[in-house]
Write a protein that binds this ligand. Structure first.
Ligand code: ADQ
Length: 493
């Protein structure tokens, strides 16, 4: 699983992300360590342990300063230190402007092409620049500490400007960046004020390699550069851009999950018990159980999904009592007003649908309004006859892959929005357009009617594919590509 680590031999690996892999928190019994959930940390933490590199991130824990040195550095994992976290300190105004502001209120909606949520403020942009510069200084400081070669790998849209800053500080540093969300076409990017979208693209051209989830986002990026940066030369066929006498490579690398971990969780005896309980409660005697798991976010198509379910039970009364839906939903970004409104809407619509169709012994939508542990998620995924992912836009969507990994009984149908990166990768899902309510409803009916043989055939195909495309394959292909480019650069110097 860790054979990609050899790419990083003799090279200091510096990873940059907004969130840190370990947070030190003040708790009732002193300082406690929290590791945020999520696939990225679980895939990258072992890589960092093996490479003894440095992870540069926002020091967000309440006790982070107490355990870090003057430069913001601390060794982790706490029980057996293997690598360094270099914490960047942000004050309230930074968090408001850089994180909630430009990252989440401007770039997030813009990249997802949901422009009714797009909000630009000069203050957001200035904070975003300032924080990107601070992160670039932290990375340069880390590169300075080692005598040999270094590679900086920047994660996501929080740092569109960091590479250019860093390039000015350390011209020979190898820098690459993975963009986890969609990249918009030129007509959308230009909704940023004049000068801002050009600065953003120039920032990203500080990379040696710019990585996206799928080809379409990589193509959008190249189209934007072609249109807005006249001095850049774009070669879309070879996926290369020449800018200020440097070559920037562009590529698509679909992120995935730790498939074996999810599969193992789905097979645990406790999970088997939970699945049995869930199915006895919701899916006995030929009834069916639909599931979905989401952060409550306007990109995920949640109102569209609830509307489709409402229409389904309205038009097909025979399905009342025969089809139940479990919706695991975590509130997120609650201090952005649009998210608050959506959270309220989800709860209110669920109550209204349940009132309309429910009975004394049947609740149509079971809303679990919290963040649940991965092993409980595995049980929900395994218990499902149907999983609905209805994003309006989504860079990849890992829920779809987690469902497939946990479907060890090969019983479930994956209904997947065609506007997710996953839909361009996974073959065997039932594709939907969440904007088309009638098509959506008829796809739910088709999925519920699908024969067990057809379900098995499709699920087997998806599971085979997923096993050949895990998060470790993703890591391996990115690092292989990055180190190949790096060696090429050294050979031509
Ligand atoms: P997200 O928008 O967060 O990620 P997604 O890929 O679906 O979207 O990942 C969500 C993760 O959170 C999954 O691992 C899921 O299990 C977990 N999760 C969601 N709701 C939960 C709940 N109620 N309880 C517990 N866990 C929950 C961004 C991009 C995506 C891209 C990823 C990775 O928007 O398009 O796939 O990054 O690159």
């Amino acid at each position: 699983m860790l054979d990609f680590v050899h790419y990083l031999n003799d090279c200091k690996f510096i990873l940059v992300s907004n969130r840190e892999p370990y947070e030190h928190m003040r708790g009732a019994h002193g300082i406690e360590i929290k590791q945020p959930p999520g696939g990225l940390v679980s895939a990258l933490d072992p890589t960092m342990r093996h490479t003894h590199g440095t992870w540069v991130a926002w020091g967000s824990g309440s006790a982070d300063r107490d355990v870090s040195d003057e430069a913001g550095r601390v060794q982790v994992p706490p029980e057996d230190p293997q690598y360094t976290i270099h914490r960047v300190w942000l004050d309230d105004a930074d968090i408001e402007g850089y994180y909630h502001g430009f990252s989440n209120r401007a770039l997030w909606p813009l990249c997802h092409m949901l422009i009714q949520h797009f909000e630009f403020r000069t203050e957001y942009w200035e904070r975003y620049r300032a924080v990107n510069l601070r992160f670039a200084h932290a990375v340069a400081d880390e590169a300075e500490r080692c005598t040999g070669r270094s590679m900086a790998w920047i994660q996501d849209y929080h740092f569109a400007l960091a590479s250019e800053f860093l390039r000015a500080m350390r011209p020979s540093l190898f820098i690459h960046q993975f963009w986890h969300i969609p990249f918009p076409p030129p007509d959308i990017l230009r909704l940023l004020p004049t000068g801002t979208h050009e600065s953003l693209l120039r920032g990203m051209l500080g990379n040696d390699l710019a990585e996206f989830q799928i080809d379409r986002y990589a193509e959008n990026f190249m189209d934007c550069v072609e249109q807005f940066i006249p001095e850049a030369r774009v070669d879309p066929v070879r996926q290369m851009i020449t800018f200020r006498d440097r070559v920037i490579h562009v590529g698509a690398f679909a992120i995935s999950i730790d498939v074996e971990r999810y599969e193992a969780m789905a097979r645990m005896p406790e999970t088997v018990d939970r699945v049995r309980t869930l199915r006895e409660r919701y899916a006995r005697d030929g009834r069916q159980l639909g599931v979905c798991v989401d952060r409550i976010d306007y990109t995920k198509g949640i109102p569209e999904r609830l509307r489709a379910l409402d229409t389904l039970w309205d038009e097909s009364p025979e399905l009342r009592g025969r089809f139940t839906f479990i919706f695991v939903a975590t509130p997120s970004r609650s201090n952005v007003p649009a998210y608050n409104t959506l959270e309220r809407e989800v709860v209110e619509t669920t109550i209204a649908v349940n009132k309309k169709y429910g009975s004394r012994d049947w609740t149509p939508i079971v809303l679990i309004n919290e963040n649940v542990d991965a092993d409980l998620l595995a049980a929900v995924y395994r218990a499902g006859d149907l999983c609905i992912v209805s994003s309006l836009q989504d860079g990849m969507n890992l829920v779809a892959k987690e469902f497939v990994a946990c479907q060890v009984d090969e019983r479930g149908v994956l209904m997947l929005s065609r506007f997710t990166g996953s839909a361009e990768e996974i073959e065997g899902a039932c594709l939907i357009n969440p904007f088309n309510v009638d098509g959506f409803v008829s796809a739910i009916r088709t999925s519920l009617d699908m024969s067990p043989d057809e379900r098995r055939r499709r699920m087997r195909r998806m599971r085979r594919q997923l096993h050949n495309s895990t998060i470790f394959d993703w890591l391996d292909s990115i690092l292989a590509r990055a180190t190949a480019i790096m060696s090429q650069q050294h050979a031509t110097v």
